[in-house]
Unconditional design. Structure first.
Length: 421
């Protein structure tokens, strides 16, 4: 290795930093702020919660449908180029959404936004990080997810802007910010370390190998990584996908409907509801840091099983425990579950199937995950329209989350690596 390459800092952490920043922008300006716009759109345009939630669900639908093609693009073009296109399209979608006056125009704007969110979001960012880490993979992905938490902590700033200037100027400014700030962050998403004369995790040594079901995963051997076709033939691929989708059933519903429920069901002001979102995000951030360290040392699927029951308990608390007690219990339980489980989904797939074809495997998984992302907001919105509040919708989702833990029980590691050749 040339001396100048050896002296350079490990680029893996700058990749994590860029991914963290992009996650933060998405969370602050769209994903975790979307509930603010549900309230504003309902008030100004008179649309139902289910109709608006369908727009958000469209974003998730496009992310799932694009997954296989996006995985193919990532393996050939790299995360940097895909993310750069994504942030421009994402910003264009938000600016377009700020001008809508009809539900059809809103749906079209959400379609553009969905393409941008997918290209600059979870699949792209996870695929950028995975090739740089092995022993500290869960920690790296947890730090990436920390960006979402930091963005969530800044949601009150967006709420203040909506109150002071209105939802249209706020949404338009958010679109411009996504593009202007996102492009420099996307430029940090370098391809695999071999291209820069570097090694996994920055060199030899580090933390112990990842553990799954009592068995340690051997040091990465690209020649024995699974192809997409081989991964599709394993039970683990489908079980992880179903479990991940069950978890996002809850997460997506909370993103869309938490603020409206806190306003109508608990009686909080918009600013107070945004503060609850910030508190939830702070709890999630702590869990992400702790969960990453736990995931690098203990079986990830066991952590995920516990998290699914925490998701269920959180929704039941929010639905049925009156006043602030229910809100506090929800923040603690859901924040822990989301933060500790979320980063482990990508890390588990990479540990099971290897890093060489991770993007295409993760892209195919998006088609399964999409079911939960689509169903959660719509189920909660429809039941809220039928019963007049969110209690029964949240209860139904809690039951589905508890059942989702079974998928992680079944997600045992595939037997060995894929055969050579």
């Amino acid at each position: 290795m040339p001396a100048d390459l050896a002296r350079r800092p490990f680029y893996g952490w700058s990749v994590v930093g860029g991914a963290m920043g992009l996650q933060g922008l998405q969370a602050m300006l769209f994903s975790q702020a979307f509930g603010l716009y549900v309230v504003a759109l309902t008030s100004e345009l008179g649309w139902s919660a289910a109709a608006i939630a369908s727009g958000y669900a469209l974003v998730q639908l496009l992310g799932g449908l694009m997954g296989p093609v996006q995985g193919w693009l990532l393996e050939r073009l790299g995360a940097r180029r895909v993310a750069a296109v994504g942030v421009v399209v994402f910003g264009t979608g938000l600016v377009t959404a700020s001008q809508v006056t009809t539900l059809a125009a809103f749906t079209a704007a959400m379609a553009v936004t969905g393409v941008g969110v997918a290209l600059s979001g979870f699949l792209t960012l996870t695929s950028a990080i995975v090739p740089w880490f092995h022993r500290r993979r869960a920690t790296a992905l947890s730090l990436m997810s920390l960006g979402m938490s930091i963005g969530g902590l800044l949601v009150p700033v967006v709420a203040a802007s909506v109150v002071a200037f209105g939802w249209r100027p706020t949404l338009a400014a958010s679109g411009v910010a996504i593009a202007v700030l996102g492009l420099p962050l996307a430029s940090l998403l370098r391809r695999d370390p071999a291209r820069y004369g570097q090694e996994l995790d920055g060199g030899p040594g580090g933390l112990p190998d990842a553990i799954h079901g009592g068995a340690r995963i051997a040091e990465r051997d690209p020649a024995r990584d699974f192809t997409l076709r081989q991964a599709l033939r394993t039970r683990a691929f489908w079980a992880i996908g179903v479990g991940h989708g069950s978890a996002l059933l809850v997460v997506a519903a909370v993103v869309v409907h938490l603020v409206p429920h806190l306003e109508s069901g608990v009686g909080l002001s918009l600013q107070a509801a945004a503060t609850v979102v910030a508190a939830l995000t702070a709890t999630t951030a702590v869990a992400q840091v702790v969960g990453g360290a736990i995931g690098d040392r203990f079986p990830k699927r066991r952590v995920a099983q516990v998290a699914m029951f925490s998701h269920a308990a959180a929704l039941l608390s929010l639905a049925w425990v009156p006043g602030w007690w229910g809100v506090v219990a929800f923040v603690l339980l859901h924040g822990w579950a989301w933060g500790s489980r979320g980063p482990l989904m990508g890390a588990m797939r990479a540990d099971y199937f290897g890093a060489t074809h991770f993007a295409s495997i993760m892209g195919a998984s998006a088609l399964i995950i999409m079911g939960g992302q689509l169903a959660g907001p719509v189920i909660a919105g429809v039941l809220a329209d039928v019963f007049g509040d969110y209690r029964w919708g949240f209860t139904a989702l809690a039951a589905l989350a508890a059942l989702g833990s079974v998928a992680f029980v079944l997600a045992t590691p595939p037997k060995g690596r894929a055969p050579r050749g």
